[in-house]
Ligand binder design. Structure first.
Ligand SMILES: Nc1ncnc2c1ncn2[C@@H]1O[C@H](COP(=O)(O)OP(=O)(O)O)[C@@H](O)[C@H]1O
Ligand SMILES: [Mg+2]
Length: 303
């Protein structure tokens, strides 16, 4: 079982057309045809969107993503237009809104991995490959890869897992040129981000980007990075001081949530059909602090 514990009811705003309720974000289109992305305080764990929100998470992740877009701007253009709250929208949208250029999204989740874990590790254990790429023997959960790799996936519906695909499959879906551009840009951006995170004592184990083309551009024009970038929701950040291959690494942001949910206090059985319960306020507060710490460590500015 997975999905929303409680289906969120999107806010209706005059002049905005609601397009999509994501796991954590709401998507609208404004009168100018632009995309309005609103990050909520929702959090997911073990494939569930939990019934408890983490105050300020939406704002922290929005600001972090904007900061990263700036760090990467010389490598790839991005979809950000502004952070203005649309007229008539609730004032608590301030800091959670990103107004974006609508893109024709390339239907590939562009994942880069510098370390082995998650679905990559699962495939490696079966075939010593990730997305069909051969890897050396003897790697463990959390091992650093000889070099970062591009491990594309195709997007799944809410509650399903994205499916890893080979590079050849990406070529079949989007053509040689776009596939090459996706791989090259993903690895370039990951390399930059890995370095920046490393300077701050964080390992960026892997991350996912989504790219698109401007709506009025022909297909072989410039790739633009969309969605959110390099947030804890789209990436695995590990505190470097606790990195130890051979076991699951502590998650920078969600460890308290995971530990509590799977611990005795929650009364929740992960393997059951049952949705997870509300988080206690202590776990909420600790988790909020971790998001803020991630923001502060990465950007070097205080929240
Ligand atoms: N600039 C953009 N133009 C068009 N679609 C975009 C743009 N940026 C992101 N998207 C799309 O918006 C959607 C955001 O949904 P999201 O909150 O990620 O929900 P989910 O939980 O389903 O991933 C994704 O489908 C993503 O591809
Ligand atoms: Mg998404």
């Amino acid at each position: 079982m997975s999905g929303f514990v409680e289906q969120p009811e999107p806010v209706q705003v005059p002049g905005l057309v609601h397009l999509h309720t994501g796991k954590v974000r709401e998507l609208y289109r404004n009168g100018a045809g632009e995309l309005v992305m609103v990050a909520s305080d929702r959090i997911s764990a073990y494939d569930w969107v939990l019934p408890t929100e983490i105050p300020d998470k939406g704002r922290v992740l929005t600001r972090l993503s904007l900061w990263w877009f700036d760090q990467l701007a010389d490598l790839v253009p991005n979809h950000v237009i502004s952070t203005e709250v649309p007229e008539g929208a609730p004032s608590d949208w301030a800091g959670r809104v990103t107004v974006c250029k609508p893109l024709r999204m390339v239907p590939v989740e562009c994942v880069a991995r510098g370390y082995l874990t998650g679905s990559g590790l699962a495939e490696y254990r079966l075939s010593r490959t990730v997305c069909g790429l051969a890897l050396p023997e003897g790697l463990e959960d959390g091992s650093r890869l000889p070099a970062p790799i591009f491990t594309p996936a195709t997007k799944a519906e809410v509650g399903e897992h994205d499916e890893n695909v080979s590079y050849d499959e990406v070529v079949r879906r989007v053509g040689t040129e776009t596939a090459a551009l996706l791989r090259q840009t993903t690895l370039a951006v990951y390399g930059r981000a890995l370095e920046i995170a490393g300077e701050r004592g964080l390992i960026l184990a892997d991350t996912k980007f989504e790219f698109g083309y401007a709506e009025d551009a022909s297909h072989d024009e410039e790739l633009i990075v969309g969605d959110e970038v390099l947030t804890p929701d789209s990436s695995r950040f590990w505190p470097a001081e606790f990195w130890e291959p051979g076991r699951p690494q502590p998650s920078f942001d969600k460890q308290y949530v995971r530990d509590w949910l799977t611990g005795p206090e929650s009364g929740w059985d992960r393997g059951s059909e049952q949705p997870p319960p509300e988080l206690p306020s202590k776990v909420v507060e600790q988790t909020r602090e971790k998001y803020i710490e991630a923001y502060e460590r990465l950007t070097g500015t205080s929240w």
